[in-house]
Ligand binder design. Structure first.
Ligand code: NAD
Length: 367
């Protein structure tokens, strides 16, 4: 396999994780890194002396004969940098959110199509094996009908200087929900507050209604004493908690449920039948999600396939955030979401999980 020549733009908090993976992946030749801050560049080359070039001006990368770049700079800069890179013939992997407005996201998609370049978004959790297992569980029918989904992503910081917590943290949960349900929310509502600085909301409660009346709620906060990354999926047959902070048992399947007995003639006679069964934590063959994501990016370049989280997927997440922001500014009214979901349709989107043999999840959870 011929190695692809790549560079990483942005080496702040998150960028070094991408750098590490691009150094380690066979088939990736990380030749250069770019950051406005020379101290960040020095930190990277001290750790990885094999990197040939560093620059404070990412445009110097265009002379190196590269195939692709990753962009992990602040979200407000994604559009300009990604546009420049695509126009200079590079495939790009942009960190989430793709852009900070949907016009820019659409422009990038159009540009990437026109230049026949891969535009991928770092919706990392879609590449998380526990999330993928959860999706397979839901799709297998083992949970029954999905009643609602609750997501919590809170902790102390990291405060973003200009972008609010909805743009910073909610893209993760929105991309997970779209992936799990293979659908877009039809309506959203939300409320948020700015506790520390007047214009940057740091706590938000977001509600999204998906087709078939699947209610979802996402709570994001930079102002919480306990780091929590938890999603609860409640089905008519079983319930699942996905806890990303848990080192080993990330998924727990609860054989718990309740049904209203049909025989009652008046409301007062309604009887409920509660079921308390086993709690099972399935084995998950865990691999670092960023590694799966970066390998998928390189595979898509080699094979000319659209990534699972391509520019259109990035646009959908931006559309949902824009609708949420509108709902928040209209003091909690419901706002419709625009866009059309294309994940998995027309066969040209590839999915790294397709290569793995499917396990019989129904049997696993019923044993
Ligand atoms: N996928 C995830 O789980 C995850 C986690 C954290 C952050 N992120 C995303 O990663 C991106 C970066 O976030 P961060 O927390 O690392 O931010 P950061 O502020 O810590 O780092 C950004 C870096 O980009 C550099 N930079 C800014 N403008 C630049 C330019 N024009 N050219 C080159 N370098 C430039 C800055 O000097 C800084 O070192 C954001 O899009 C964020 O949403 C993703």
């Amino acid at each position: 396999m011929e190695a692809l020549n790549v560079a990483a733009i942005g080496c702040g908090y998150w960028g070094p994780n991408l750098v590490r993976n691009l150094v380690e992946i066979p088939g990736s030749n990380l030749r250069a890194v770019a950051d406005l801050d020379p101290a960040r560049l020095a930190a990277i080359t001290t750790r990885y002396p094999q990197i040939e070039a560093t620059t404070t001006d990412y445009r110097e990368l265009f002379d190196l004969g590269l195939d692709a770049v990753t962009i992990s700079t602040p979200p407000e800069t994604h559009f300009e940098i990604a546009k420049d890179c695509i126009e200079n013939g590079l495939h790009v992997l942009v960190e989430k959110p793709l852009t900070t407005n949907s016009d820019d996201a659409r422009a990038l998609i159009e540009l990437a199509d026109r230049h026949d370049r891969i535009l991928m978004v770092g919706h990392t959790f879609v590449y998380n094996p526990a999330v993928r297992e959860l999706k397979r569980l839901m799709a297998s029918g083992a949970l029954g009908e999905i009643r609602y989904i609750d997501a919590v992503r809170v902790g102390l910081g990291l405060f973003h200087p200009t972008l609010n917590v909805v743009w910073d943290l909610a893209p993760h949960d929105i991309s997970i929900l779209i992936y799990l349900l293979d659908a877009l929310p039809t309506h959203v509502a939300g409320q948020s507050v700015a506790s520390l600085r007047p214009d940057v909301d740091d706590v938000a409660y977001l509600t999204m209604m998906f087709p078939e009346k699947i209610l979802s709620h996402v709570r994001v906060s930079w102002l919480d004493p306990s780091k929590t990354r938890r999603i609860t999926v409640v089905g008519s047959e079983k319930m699942v908690i996905y806890d990303d902070v848990e080192p080993n048992e990330k998924l727990k399947i609860y054989d718990k449920g309740v049904e209203a007995l049909q025989s009652a003639e008046t409301f007062g006679e309604f009887q409920f039948n509660y079921r308390y069964g086993d709690i099972v934590s399935p084995f998950i063959d865990f691999k670092e999600p960023l590694r799966v994501q970066a390998e998928h990016f390189l595979d898509c370049i080699r094979e000319g396939k659209q990534p699972l989280t391509d520019g259109r997927n990035g646009l959908l997440v931006v559309n949902v955030i824009e609708a949420l922001q509108e709902a928040i500014s209209s003091t909690g009214d419901q706002v419709p979401v625009t866009g059309e979901l294309q994940i998995g349709l027309n066969g040209h989107h590839s999915d790294p999980a397709d290569a793995r043999p499917a396990r019989d999840l129904i049997q696993l959870t019923q044993s």
